[in-house]
Write a protein that binds this ligand. Sequence first.
Ligand code: ADP
Length: 525
Amino acid sequence: MADTPLPPGFDEYKMARARRAFESALGHRKVFFEELDRTGYQDKFAVDDALHHPAGAIAPESVEEVQAAVRIANQYLLPLWPISRGKNLGYGASAPLLAGSVVLDMSRMKKIEFDEHLGTVVVEPGVGFYDLYDYLQANDLPFWLSTPGNSWGSVMGNALDRGVGYTPYGEHTKQICGMEVVLPDGDLVRTGMGAFAGSDTWQAYPYGYGPAWDQMFVQSNFGIVTKMGLWLMPEPESLMGMDVEFDRPEDLKAMIDTIAPLRRERVLTQSPSIGNWLRAAAVLTTRDEWTDKPGALGEDVIDKIRKTFNIGWWGVSLRLYGREEVNKAAYKILEKAMNDIDPMLIKPTSWVKGEPLEHTGWTGTPMTFPMQNVNWYGGRGGHIGFSPIIPQDGTKALEQFRRTYARYQEYGMDYQGSFAFGERHMINVNAMIFDKDDPEMMKKVDPFFRTLVQDAKEQGYGEYRTHLDYMDLVADSYDFNGGALARLNGKVKDALDPNGILAPGKSGIWPERLRGSNAGGGRRS
Ligand code: ADP
């Protein structure tokens, strides 16, 4: 039997005592410390998953049980790593950053409270996109979800990691309205109007009175969220739009400079994503169907892929939601804007209430098929994402693409890139797909990733989200005034979590007792 991974300051005996304490507080049915249990809490996509093996996991079923777990963690100075459903694939999944942490698995807490009048919901951590979708269907509620490309995870966990979807409610963290949080000292707090006992406006007004704290618990390790309020989109009367293909890499510039003003003006209210030719090929086929040559795919293969799927170098889907009359008027504006920049192909689409609905991200249907892309190379597939925030500027985006694409070729990796619009920013998501059974390829992933971070840093572009292995690297790149943000995060961390028990290292935030000690091991830079 393999040894139990242990956090700093622990030996097997101390961990066994902590385990007993969890068993007596929660019951042994909710405590998992066997070797076989631990394999369920590993990051299958990590370059080296052993850096993030937990000591075990616990699965509380109520807020009181979460508080009991926090008490024990404080008593033993034991790091807890909270997860909702732990399907954050590419960013760490259910594994903790610090090996030997205990995973606080809240997937059994699955309550849903829906306000049919306002279209707001309060979810517990374990509510998956499929659960909420089923709930809306079963209760015939006229509201749509916004779902991410892999909808296997939880509604809460995705919003907490700033995941995105494809409808006008696609910036999930923006839809948060009110939270319930267990703080690292065990106190229970409700944010916004939830702080006002007996208020029925908790999910209506996000700020409450005085400082507003919801975003403090997003991508942080300052609290354990046990309830989250969110706004849902009322079912639209009509959905119209078009899928547009463009022939040349340099068309990216005109696409961005044309779509971005329409987004800022809110002619477009959802956030389109421009993606390259690999998106279809990697989901519907495997690489060996196209070529047996190593290195990045050559122009001949790219042409073959594009011909087969009749797609451009880039494609983008634009969608309009709401009243049919309004959509029809806006459609004309989009159509003219796209025709003016010489597209290869425009494929219109339209739906009105009552017609059968296509099951895609555009209609907020949960899906998992985009994850098929990890089979691209064969073997045990995985991916990580390199995702800097860049300006809504076609020239700068094209330069960023060219730099990144040249690096993919230099490292011999196939390029899957996208440029997703926000209202004022773009997220340039670059998927790095790999085959974990190919040691030569796996050796390249880390240097490749670091090179991309460095390239982006030189342009002033920082990432919006990252894998456990790179949380310190990315946090360090946010360096204004000698790392003032890191100092602020550290002060807040120490004030709220003096024993440093909650998710040490998350987003580069370490508690004082582990700071600078390289206790995180792994890839700390
Ligand atoms: P999903 O359930 O969508 O797969 P995860 O459970 O993997 O999402 O969580 C995504 C990220 O958010 C992880 O980094 C995790 O540490 C953090 N997280 C998830 N749930 C909570 C929670 N209830 N409280 C605090 N942080 C959380």
